[in-house]
Design a protein around this ligand. Structure first.
Ligand SMILES: CSC[C@H]1O[C@@H](n2cnc3c(O)ncnc32)[C@H](O)[C@@H]1O
Ligand SMILES: [Zn+2]
Length: 425
């Protein structure tokens, strides 16, 4: 379908905001500003008083964990995982994964996210939710190598790859998802490397999230998690690494050498008291850093604009440098860099030839005045509930804050029913 977005404040690829039109042909942006006279729109969207940005890329989440939102708070990572999360996840059925994913996807679309990278079990259900909502996603089957079903989980990741890589008109891609070095020992990770070579798939993994993880890794293997991944061959495969909080200077050099892409999760790292990732050093070293929410049980929402805001603030207070992660850098981490981090080259910018994944923010609220600097307003003043219109792959999924294709009330009802049943099992 040909769509014309008219007269919007457009955040352009050079970081400047200009009033412009955007022409969309099928799934792609045909032109920005200089629209060909021959372009005939079948639908016109009025962008007056709206800010148009590329859709946010949530570079690391576990979307079905929306069912566990507010279930276990104020705990450290391993206590949270071992004593609350893993026991209840063991009771989750396919239906729970599906409706948890539908709820999370609805929340993400409504707050401007158009792509997410996910790692969980029963990923065929998450893939189905992506197909039913038409969001873009990079899916991996989370694999706990030390669990009795570790080998089976790896087989399921292969099946996920076969069934869903490039599915839904290319909107779904698949990676391999070994959970972490502390749940996947080196001999198991070598099997993952082999599978990723066989399928030509990249790897999504949690790395160096807590001090305890790094200390244990040094004790057991004499190497940091990053150095261990280099030794095992994981880094040769193309890696999306979640967290990367506790890094040495040598780790950062290794990450740069192998082009490891980072999903920084400031909200989750703060809530689980994991620490502050060295984002300024990573960016300075030329490492690609995107942003993620992590799951809704450690955040506790999937609002990427909040994550952008947290990233811009956290690194200033941590380094005592007001120039740490400026507004535009935060927005790029949530869009352009996030897209690269999850392995998508034509996503994350409003630019000719890029995928038409576009968000229009309603700028009518009092906190959008005065308009000295719209990027500043986006990073420091606005919030996800100002999202008015969302397009993914040139299709309008949200218009006037309402879904065009999915039933929000049904999703909330079913997800709540699943969550309540789950706690009774
Ligand atoms: C095996 S599927 C993925 C697995 O990861 C768990 N998880 C959620 N958040 C985190 C985190 O911050 N660090 C490590 N693991 C996390 C999730 O509950 C699933 O069990
Ligand atoms: Zn995670």
């Amino acid at each position: 379908m040909n769509i014309l977005i008219k007269n919007a404040n457009v955040l352009l690829a050079d970081g400047k905001v200009k009033i412009a039109d955007i022409a969309i042909k099928d799934s792609e942006i045909l032109a920005v500003e200089n629209i060909p006279e021959t372009f005939k729109a079948e639908k016109v969207i009025d962008g007056t008083d709206k800010l148009a940005t590329a859709g946010f890329v949530n570079a690391h989440t576990h979307v079905s964990m929306t069912l566990l939102r507010s279930y276990a708070d104020d705990m450290k990572l391993m206590d949270w995982l071992e004593n609350k999360i893993w026991p209840i996840e063991a009771k989750m059925k396919k239906e729970d994964i599906y409706w948890g994913a539908m709820l999370g996807i609805a929340e993400m679309i409504k707050s401007g996210t158009t792509t997410f990278a996910d790692m969980y079990g029963d990923m065929d259900q998450v893939a189905q939710a992506c197909i039913d909502t038409d969001i873009r996603a990079v899916l991996s089957r989370g694999i706990i190598g030390v669990a009795p079903n570790g080998n089976q989980a790896l087989e399921e990741n292969k099946i996920l790859f076969r069934d869903f890589n490039n599915a839904n008109d290319g909107k779904i891609t698949v990676m391999f998802g070994p959970h972490a070095p502390y749940t996947c020992p080196p001999d198991f990770l070598q099997k993952v490397v082999k599978a990723s070579e066989e399928y030509n798939g990249e790897i999504h993994i949690h790395l160096a999230e807590t001090k305890g993880e790094v200390e244990n890794c040094l004790k057991e293997y004499g190497k940091t998690p990053i150095a261990l991944m280099e030794e095992v061959g994981i880094l040769d495969r193309g890696v999306l690494a979640a967290h990367c909080v506790h890094l040495t200077d040598e780790d950062i050099q290794i990450m740069k050498k192998y082009n490891v892409r980072v999903a920084h999760n400031p909200g989750s790292n703060m809530k689980l008291a994991s620490g502050v990732a060295p984002v300024q050093q990573l960016l300075k070293a030329g490492v690609c850093v995107g942003l993620g929410t992590d799951g809704a049980s450690s955040n506790n929402n999937l609002d990427m604009l909040e994550e952008i805001n947290l990233a811009t603030l956290l690194h200033k207070v941590n380094t005592l440098d007001p120039l740490a992660v400026p507004a535009l850098e935060g927005v790029k981490m949530g869009t352009e860099y996030g897209a690269k981090a999850v392995g998508l080259n034509n996503v994350g910018l409003i630019k000719e030839g890029y995928k038409a994944d576009i968000v229009l923010f309603d700028m009518s609220a009092p906190q959008c005045y005065p308009r000295h600097d719209l990027v500043s307003l986006l990073a420091y003043s606005m919030n996800g509930s100002m999202v008015d219109t969302v397009l993914v792959d040139g299709k309008v999924l949200l218009e006037n804050r309402a879904f065009t294709t999915i039933d929000e009330e049904k999703i909330k009802y079913e997800a709540n029913r699943c969550a309540m049943n789950l706690t009774l099992r």
